[in-house]
Design a protein around this ligand. Structure first.
Ligand code: UD1
Ligand code: UDP
Length: 364
């Protein structure tokens, strides 16, 4: 029997954990891989990290770099040096990176410089807004990658337009949806809305953490005022990301009320549960735009662009500006809850395809 293909995944932030979970499971199930997980430590609080490993049944990280927070350059540099050390010691056959966070860029750059093939899961997304740190990470990581797995046809087209050779690109579907599909029954059974004193289909779920919405105190105050207005119409539950928590505290804006519940970040199952019971979501998250489309939950995205246009074209997502929040919610409440068919290949089996393709490509 041939020796297993050694694969190392580099992860570090909450969305990475949701994406690596099904891939780790599929690599293990295929029997062709020895898979290691390196955690950079970009997210480190228990409810941003450990709880995801538990909820998503991800094997514990083989290496934890403990890099923590910092400016972009500082944080990425520490991760780059840490990942390089690990890769030099382990010399894997392939490095897998996920999404568009700083851990993704550090992992891809460290591997590519060492001549280790990089495989990017969730390649080809483009917002065309280079003020987003994620957009820079996406463009750079895709340029560094040998194997690019996409979640939509439009992502494939974006890569081809940037001159990435077609044979490197494989449309496999969406690993976020693999995690969501696997968790949905558990999440429904949890009925997390009850624990928050809410009734199913009678509350909105809020997640806002993008620098463009939360870093400027005036903008953040305006966002909170809009949420206050919405909460007079329908209760809101808002699991607050640590970046936002810190900004709210600094701006003295933590005054929630019964109908706008600011709660700690939710674990994955709890979050999916809250999403399943919500009348709508109001978000600036990437993942939540996809999850709401798959679940058929109306989604208002407080951004000027999306790198996931399939969710606005085929799904339940709609971009709004600050002034559009209150009327957007009114429209959602007036319309019947919309159910849609999921986008192509968002079928819960993306990671299986990834494992199969990697085994074909890399088996000696
Ligand atoms: C990162 C990603 C973003 C993603 C988000 C998911 C980058 C550039 N951004 O943004 O794309 O949508 O994760 O959640 O990689 N903090 C804590 N505890 C933690 C983690 C962070 O207190 O466990 C605080 C620190 O003050 C830190 C700030 O949050 O400076 C921002 O964390 P960071 O990981 O740099 O960026 P995110 O805003 O989380
Ligand atoms: N999520 C969670 N708890 C929360 C907020 C989000 O479990 O309090 C999950 C949700 O499934 C989401 C994923 O974490 O899709 C990634 O989250 P985030 O919005 O932080 O990152 P992004 O997708 O914007 O990069």
């Amino acid at each position: 029997m041939s020796s297993p293909i050694s694969a190392t995944s580099i992860v570090g932030a909450r969305p990475n954990f949701v994406k690596v979970a099904p891939v780790a499971r599929a690599l293990a199930a295929s029997g062709s891989f020895a898979h290691a997980i390196v955690h950079t430590g970009q997210h480190y609080e228990a409810d941003m990290s450990e709880r995801f490993f538990a909820d998503l049944e991800i094997p514990p990280p083989d290496v934890h770099l403990g890099v923590g927070s910092g400016s972009h350059g500082e944080q990425t540099a520490r991760m780059l040096a840490g990942v390089e050390g690990v890769l030099l010691a382990r010399r894997p056959d392939v490095v897998l990176v996920y999404g568009d966070v700083n851990s993704t860029l550090a992992g891809a750059l460290a591997a590519a410089k060492l001549g280790i093939p990089v495989c990017h899961v969730e390649a080809g997304l483009r917002s065309r807004d280079r003020t987003m740190p994620e957009e820079l990470n996406r463009i750079l990581v895709d340029q560094l990658s040998e194997i690019l797995f996409t979640q939509s046809r439009e992502a494939e087209a974006n890569l081809a337009a940037e001159g990435i050779p077609r044979e490197r690109i494989r449309f496999v579907g969406n690993v976020m949806i693999d995690s969501l599909a696997r968790c949905r029954d558990r999440a429904e059974a949890m009925a997390a809305w009850k624990g928050n004193g809410l009734a199913r289909d009678n509350y909105g779920l809020v997640t806002l953490h993008r620098p463009s919405n939360v870093d400027d105190p005036d903008r953040l105050a305006s966002v909170m005022r809009a949420l206050g207005k919405v909460a007079r119409r329908i209760p809101l539950v808002y699991p607050v990301h640590p970046r936002t928590r810190n900004r709210l505290e600094a701006a003295g804006l933590t005054g929630a009320n019964g109908r706008l519940a600011l709660v700690p970040p939710a674990g994955y199952v709890e979050f999916v549960s809250l999403l399943c019971g919500a009348r709508f979501a109001l978000t600036d998250s990437g993942g939540v735009q996809e999850e709401t489309t798959w679940l058929g939950v109306p989604c208002l995205t407080l951004r000027t662009t999306t790198e996931r246009p399939v969710t606005t074209r085929e799904g339940t997502n709609r971009l709004v500006d600050l002034a559009g929040i209150v009327p957007g919610v009114e429209e959602v409440l007036a319309a019947p809850a919309r159910r849609v068919s999921p986008p192509e290949l968002w079928d819960g089996r993306a990671a299986e395809r990834i494992a199969r393709i990697l085994a074909e490509r890399l088996r000696p």
